[in-house]
Design a protein around this ligand. Structure first.
Ligand code: ATP
Length: 300
């Protein structure tokens, strides 16, 4: 179990992380989300024992992270700072041996992962000869080469195309199935919805959103209705509980406050002609974030 308990980190006067608490259990995939400078990397450095929290503590299976347990952890740092003049094989031998792995095991696992990522031909290539996306795969492999029980991934998807993102997600899910704990960060709020159940969204070191993603969305109440057909936009705007109507080229998006407004919009749309689409969707995480950040600013 990973426990972040009331962790606070100050850099001089700047509060980079403000009393952050969360728990991750085996088999959990936990998302730490937020815009640039929110405090994600600082949190990861506290988890890895590279930064001592100003207040609070971080415990991995009841202990601080240090030499005695770091071999069970995989950490993919945000800066893509691979040693670029050596080959993929040399780099992996270096990282693996730092984790007390035998060279034979490192090379067996490297072959497996290179094959799985479809980059077997790069084994003896220098890192600097690889594309950015392939360097990122190598960085990811260096974090998982020791079969970690805790996987800490700082912006693993940043800059990846959708196909490679899906590849990474598949591997992360495999670790989850094996009972590993996974914590990853992302500044792209919406694309994590499909695989991360539990999350925290930070803004300037403070928790803005937290909990299970389905519950967060349910609690927010606001929804979007997407309609195609002959509807009168002015009539939609006049329905109580409708706070915005967006006319896109291919559809109309009606933003509503709650379920009651949804039934009123439905009652009106039933009276219209040629309706080919009527979808009610919960607000996206980005919409919830923007609304909550607005509220936080109003309170100041
Ligand atoms: P990004 O997505 O841009 O990487 P982040 O969420 O990882 O951002 P952090 O890198 O943790 O955010 O930074 C949180 C805050 O702490 C920022 O305001 C940053 O400028 C500041 N900060 C980070 N490292 C230091 C440091 N070593 N000294 C002083 N301030 C720092």
């Amino acid at each position: 179990m990973l426990e972040v308990k009331n962790a606070r980190m100050l850099y001089g006067d700047l509060v980079a992380v403000d009393r952050l608490s969360f728990t991750i259990k085996p088999g959990d995939i936990f998302g730490l989300l937020g815009t640039n400078g929110a405090g994600k990397t600082t949190t990861f450095r506290m988890i890895m024992g590279l930064l001592e929290p100003t207040e609070g503590e971080v415990l991995y299976n009841g202990q601080h992270v240090g030499y005695h347990n770091v071999n069970e952890i995989g950490y993919m740092i945000e800066e893509r700072s691979l040693l670029t003049k050596i080959t993929v094989k040399e780099l992996m031998l270096y990282f693996g041996q730092l984790k007390d792995m035998e060279p034979r095991v490192i090379l067996e696992r490297l072959d497996y992962w290179l094959d799985r990522f479809g980059i077997t031909d790069y084994k003896n290539k220098k890192i600097k000869e690889l594309s950015k996306g392939n360097q990122q795969k190598i960085q990811f492999i260096s974090a998982i080469i020791n079969n970690p029980k805790l996987l800490v991934l700082d912006e693993p998807f940043s800059g990846l195309d959708p196909i490679n993102t899906e590849f990474f997600v598949e591997v992360i899910r495999d670790f989850q199935r094996q009972g590993a704990m996974v914590v990853f960060s992302s500044h792209q709020l919406d694309h994590v919805e499909s695989f991360c159940e539990e999350l925290i969204v930070l803004e300037k070191g403070k928790v803005i959103i937290e909990g299970r993603i389905d519950q967060v969305k349910k609690d927010f109440k606001k929804q979007n209705i997407k309609i195609k057909g002959d509807v009168d936009v002015d009539k939609l705007k006049a329905i109580p509980g409708v706070f915005q109507v967006i006319e896109n080229v291919d559809q109309i998006i009606v933003k509503i406050e709650n379920d009651d407004a949804a039934s009123r919009v439905f009652d009106y749309v039933k009276t219209c002609q040629h309706i080919t689409k009527y979808d009610v969707e919960q607000a996206s995480l980005s919409e919830i974030f923007i609304a909550k950040v607005g509220q936080a600013h109003e309170k100041v």
